[in-house]
Ligand binder design. Structure first.
Ligand code: HEM
Length: 224
């Protein structure tokens, strides 16, 4: 006998909570970027570009690039998946460009001051993060030109891209958090403000983990 498929509607409260957390994630990314820009005043020194460009790259561009696939909080929810893919690609290019410029600015600043490079956990993990973000973007090219990845199904490529993208986002979040523990930032803010700032990448990372893993688990269940 054919089994009937029962569609269970999600309780309204849960649906509202999902939308609210997605909206909050947008706001936190923008607020942290604006706050760091306010403190760093980009353009006043070589150093000033570093916190600003890195926060812009990871807290704003990368967050928006992933959130636009969110079924609850995408600002372009009604557009086709192809359009979302193109916008995602543009935002990721902006992220890698800002991250590279942010890396160049801190590297050059330390060079001018005669300081040695990559001596802190933040510096080492930050370097790894920028390299991983660049590789992640390059490895996404076969998603557009599928003929470049012979023997790989598009579904498999997408799954690997989503998983490695999440790892890149988490690396970015930890690098941001370590940046917030720097002497420059801790000396610029009160203890309460520091905790609020640290909450932004932490909360966003949890939301991204939930978004990516839910999409993957849901698809797996559908396929089985
Ligand atoms: C994901 C974002 C970030 C990445 C990938 C990153 C990457 C890096 C790298 C690679 C260095 C070492 C450069 C060298 O030694 O030549 C560095 C240094 C530094 N960063 Fe960041 N950064 C990020 C965010 C931030 C933020 C948000 C702040 C401040 C709020 C910050 C503050 C600093 C400071 C003060 C230094 C110099 C001290 C040190 O070398 O540890 N960074 N960053």
């Amino acid at each position: 006998m054919a089994q009937s498929k029962e569609v269970v509607a999600e309780p309204r409260l849960f649906a509202c909570a999902r939308v609210a957390t997605a909206v909050l994630t947008h706001f936190l990314g923008i607020i942290l970027t604006g706050f760091v820009a306010f403190l760093a005043r980009p353009g006043t020194s070589w150093f000033s570009w570093h916190p600003f460009l890195m926060t812009l790259a990871f807290s704003f561009f990368m967050t928006e690039a992933i959130l636009l696939f969110s079924p609850h909080g995408s600002p372009i929810k009604r557009f086709s998946h192809k359009v979302k893919g193109r916008v995602h690609w543009i935002l990721q290019c902006a992220c890698v460009t800002c991250a590279t410029l942010g890396l160049v600015s801190i590297f050059y600043n330390k060079h001018l001051l005669g300081k040695s490079h990559f001596t802190s956990w933040h510096g080492v993990l930050g370097l790894i993060t920028v390299c991983v973000a660049a590789v992640q973007s390059l490895s996404a090219v076969p998603l557009i030109y599928h003929s470049l990845a012979k023997g790989w199904s598009l579904a498999k490529l997408k799954r690997y891209h989503a998983a490695s993208g999440l790892v890149t986002y988490l690396l970015g979040s930890v690098s941001l958090l370590l940046g917030l523990t720097s002497v420059w930032f801790t000396a610029s803010v009160s203890e309460f403000t520091w905790y609020l700032a640290a909450l932004c990448p932490t909360f966003s990372a949890l939301i991204m983990m939930n978004q990516v893993t839910s999409a993957y688990v849901a698809r797996k269940r559908f396929q089985s």
